[in-house]
Design a binder for this molecule. Structure first.
Ligand code: B12
Ligand code: SF4
Length: 543
């Protein structure tokens, strides 16, 4: 390994830095970074003093705040969390760590580090990369530092040998009991959810909302706490990286682990005790309800009983992300009774052909009946959509836009993305035949002269579809900028209406009628009262 160091203290301390997103902090990292907080809980439980630095929730510029934290203690290990979307900013912080504390032992972990350890060594000042779940490798690392042992050869890490070669040492995924213990260690009482809620409340300009009911609805959305009860998703969607995360770290197929119903309830009670103002708990599992799921019905019964006995507030609500083919009338009814008010579904696209390309054709026949059933049971479905795929035709894009608009009007909420993002580790990102369709962006690491080309979009192979998607995207960007100047932050469910609006003339020019423009504007006004009618002129200006 590059820098082998020896422990200087019997009680080592660790600083863990969450992923840093300066541009979209309000829109994306709306919550404390769960990964590093869970790690901090596990380290603290093992007697290791640990501090989380959250660059998305600082009172001063995060760079300065980080320098201050670095100088405030003698950190034996500094861990930097990475995701693909935030990598350039995560690297900026890692370089600050090296500059301010040249002797620090710096470790990178998280999604991007796991899939691209060689890139981390190339671009970052790291001594070691952790692959997959960080709990075991970090505990091992600290134990070795305590004992003054060499830090090489730790399971679940990648290191660079003297010749500059990267050596990966796999680790098995956490077992069910280890996962439960890690989740139980998450220090919810220390996580600054209130600070995030306050920021979000001002971003949404709560006071500006017209009626008490609207304010309450937004507060329920904002005052949420996230809980993960699963270690990974086995579904294998081709655009998804998360499905391959544990396999990558283990070097073989990892098995799935998740909390039981009673363990979920224990966590819910702990969250309520730690954050009594919480209105909604978001089960942030990749998928919460499975096709062969034995947990959901007992969990719903347990929640109802806990509400009855006053162990949790009667008005506590829940959100979860689920497979639509795992839904049934019985499950929907039980979830609705327990207080699940929004159910997320990764629908992705309404075209069967595109769904096949995404490796989820089997969900198609469940979409119509289950969305209808969810709406009828008073639950709001939240659909995630990707407008195009590498092999998408114009008709597929048109079909998805039209269906999206239909379901929005029926009461669904929708988050929409124009194309596949080639996340490291996803099947699409590994498919070399898609390289000609893959667009890169030059990313620079602030404060350094480091730059690299990062894959950012996979466009449709058909040039007509690719051109249409790019034009829709640039029209969307222009309209969003203008609208947000006149109103407040536009949440993703409203942005989908803007995607539809942006697409109308472009799809019409190519023979695809999507919807009536003035009607779509009316739908947007209806959902965003403070929007001034003048905003309608933006449509003309950006056409
Ligand atoms: C929750 C979540 C969110 C929340 C974040 C809330 C929060 N602050 O925690 C919200 C909704 C805000 C969000 C937003 C987005 N997300 Co998101 N999100 C997730 C999700 C579902 C769970 C993350 C999580 O908390 N996992 C549980 C914790 C315990 O695991 P973890 O963070 O991976 O941490 C473990 C290890 O990675 C490791 N580790 C992590 N950090 C470190 C650091 C060190 C030093 C060490 C040693 C180890 C280590 O140890 C941890 C414990 O075992 C993941 C999917 C997933 N299963 O991970 C996607 C995921 C991370 N998101 C993703 C994406 C794309 C997005 C968005 C871009 C979506 C969008 N288009 O808006 C935005 C952008 C965010 C941004 N700006 O970068 C992608 C990232 C892909 C990639 N390769 O980078 C993922 C993987 C989903 C996917 N299938 O592709 N997301
Ligand atoms: S997109 Fe969702 S369902 Fe598909 S593999 Fe990823 S986490 Fe699982």
């Amino acid at each position: 390994m590059g820098r082998a160091r020896r422990s200087t203290s019997d009680s080592p301390s660790a600083l863990l830095i969450g992923p840093y997103d300066p541009h979209c902090g309000e829109f994306t990292f709306l919550a404390p970074p769960l990964g590093v907080w869970r790690l901090a809980g596990v380290l603290e439980a093992a007697g290791i003093e640990t501090k989380v630095f959250d660059p998305n929730c600082c009172r001063e510029p995060p760079q300065r705040a980080l320098e201050r934290v670095l100088l405030s203690g003698a950190w034996d290990i500094v861990g930097v969390s990475t995701t693909g979307m935030t990598l350039r900013f995560d690297l900026e912080l890692a370089h600050i760590v090296r500059r301010v504390t040249p002797e620090a032992f710096i470790v990178a972990g998280g999604m991007e580090a796991t899939f691209r350890p060689e890139l981390m060594f190339e671009l970052g000042p790291f001594d070691l990369i952790v692959l997959g779940e960080g709990e075991r490798p970090l505990l091992d690392l600290v134990a070795r530092r305590r004992a003054g042992l060499p830090l090489g050869g730790i399971a679940g890490t990648a290191e660079r040998n003297k010749d500059g070669q990267i050596i990966r040492i796999p680790q098995r995924a956490l077992s069910r009991d280890e996962l439960r213990d890690a989740i139980y260690s998450t220090p919810y009482d220390k996580m600054p959810y209130s600070a995030y809620w306050e920021r979000l409340e001002s971003a949404y300009r709560i006071g500006a909302l017209p009626s008490k009911a609207a304010r309450e609805a937004h507060l329920a959305e904002i005052r949420s706490v996230r809980l993960i009860t699963l270690n990974y998703c086995p579904m294998g969607c081709t655009f998804c990286s998360s499905t391959n995360f544990l396999h990558e770290a283990q070097g073989s197929v990892a098995s799935l682990a998740r909390l039981e119903a009673d363990e979920c309830l224990t966590m819910i009670e702990r969250i309520v005790a730690a954050h009594p103002r919480v209105r909604t708990i978001i089960f942030q599992d990749d998928i919460f309800v499975f096709t062969r799921d034995h947990r959901i019905l007992p969990l719903c019964e347990g929640i109802v009983a806990a509400k009855h006995s006053g162990r949790i507030p009667a008005n506590l609500q829940f959100i979860s992300t689920n497979r639509i083919d795992a839904m049934s009338a019985e499950r929907l009814t039980a979830m609705s009774r327990a207080g699940f008010r929004v159910l997320g579904f990764g629908i992705e696209n309404f075209s069967k052909k595109v769904l096949g390309e995404f490796n989820k054709a089997q969900i198609q026949r469940h979409i119509e009946p289950m969305l209808s059933a969810a709406l009828a049971s008073g639950v709001t479905p939240f659909l995630d959509l990707i407008l195009s795929s590498p092999h998408a035709a114009l008709e597929d894009v048109g079909q998805t836009l039209r269906e999206a608009y239909r379901w929005l009007r029926a009461g669904c909420e929708i988050g929409m993305y124009p194309y596949v993002i080639p996340f490291s580790g996803s099947a699409f990102a590994r498919d070399s035949s898609l390289l000609p369709q893959t667009h890169h962006a030059l990313q620079r690491v602030a404060g350094t002269d480091i730059a690299w080309q990062q894959p950012v979009k996979i466009l449709p192979i058909d040039p007509i579809v690719a051109e249409a998607i790019l034009r829709i995207e640039s029209r969307f960007d222009a309209m969003l900028g203008e609208i947000e100047q006149q109103t407040a932050h536009l949440p993703s469910r409203l942005r989908s209406l803007l995607w539809i609006l942006s697409s109308l003339p472009i799809m019409a020019e190519r023979g695809q009628y999507i919807a009536d423009e003035s009607e779509v504007w009316s739908e947007l006004y209806a959902r965003l009262p403070p929007l001034r009618p003048a905003a309608a002129s933006i449509a003309a200006a950006t056409a």
